[in-house]
Design a binder for this molecule. Sequence first.
Ligand code: PLP
Length: 366
Amino acid sequence: MKIPILDLTAQYKSIKSEIDATIARVVDSQHFILGSEVEAFEKEVAVYCGTKYAVGVASGTDALILSLKALGIGPGDEVITTPFTFFATAESVSLVGAKPVFVDVDPKTYCINPELIEDKITKNTKAIMPVHLFGQCADMDRILEIAKINNLKVIEDTAQAMGATYKGKQAGSMGDIGALSFFPSKNLGGFGDGGMIITNNKELADKIRMLRVHGSTVRYIHSAIGMNSRLDAFQAAILRVKLRHLNKWLDGRRKVARYYDENLKGLPVITPYAPSYNTHTYHLYVLRVKPSPEKLAKALNDAGIEARTYYPVSLHLQECYKNLGYKKGDLKESESASPETLAIPIYPELGTERLSLIVKKIRETV
Ligand SMILES: Cc1ncc(COP(=O)(O)O)c(C=O)c1O
């Protein structure tokens, strides 16, 4: 039996008739970019996330880039972020011409450690970009407090954590801007690329609406250098259907996580830790295996159970960031945790038969 890390086919089958009717509706409309589907989806996401505004864009990466641009961050500026994340987080900072400044992570949640942020603030620091890694929120109260004292903006990279809550607040809704990704494997995944920014700040929302269409609000009149970053009607229409199921799917993920938590207890693997103020969405269920997950990964993959390391190399040690001058040992928690992680399959449709097979294989191997 093959068990993928995520099975989108099972999800599609469960809502096939709704999705197929929606796709047909968009085809009939022959309106493919922005338009009423996108506007309706933006309103629905704003309601879901508890923010005043939501603006659909072409990807999560673009949501980060446009957030930085809207906040006026560019060359000469520094943005504090985590080295333990998908590359797009830091890449967005570099792409607007600013410098990512990496701060080490909390060894239990793997999110940025707020206690280490203040040391890295300089006169050039403009923003903090926490990442809600693997589906749970970073410690936002401390981050927001530090931002307030130091007059910094906060952009929440919420690509992996739509639907997670921190002290009852939705991920992405607490800082100045939250950036969502609708990449197919995300908590809310489209049938292609897509992203959204959420904010309570009208000025920022309006600016991003303008920047996503070449810096224009009136056709062929350009008030800024923007980009082409529009959400398309197919994605919006499909995501509107999926949004109605999101909470149920997140509950399904939590059930699977509980099964793993209980059945992997006592083994020499560290299961995910969620502080009591967080509701985790388990975008990924990530084990930590010391000194290396290699043997376990091979045993699982040989048995047809997909397992992967997210992310093997901390961003401050990536070749493209050599110019930033970091060396091995600078950010110890991130460096030791990231290659020791192993994500195992998680999705609501896994079922007890496959779950017990996965647990059995892990028990046998470790
Ligand atoms: C933490 C994080 N930030 C940003 C992104 C970028 O999102 P997208 O793939 O939609 O551009 C991702 C997606 O993989 C991500 O995991």
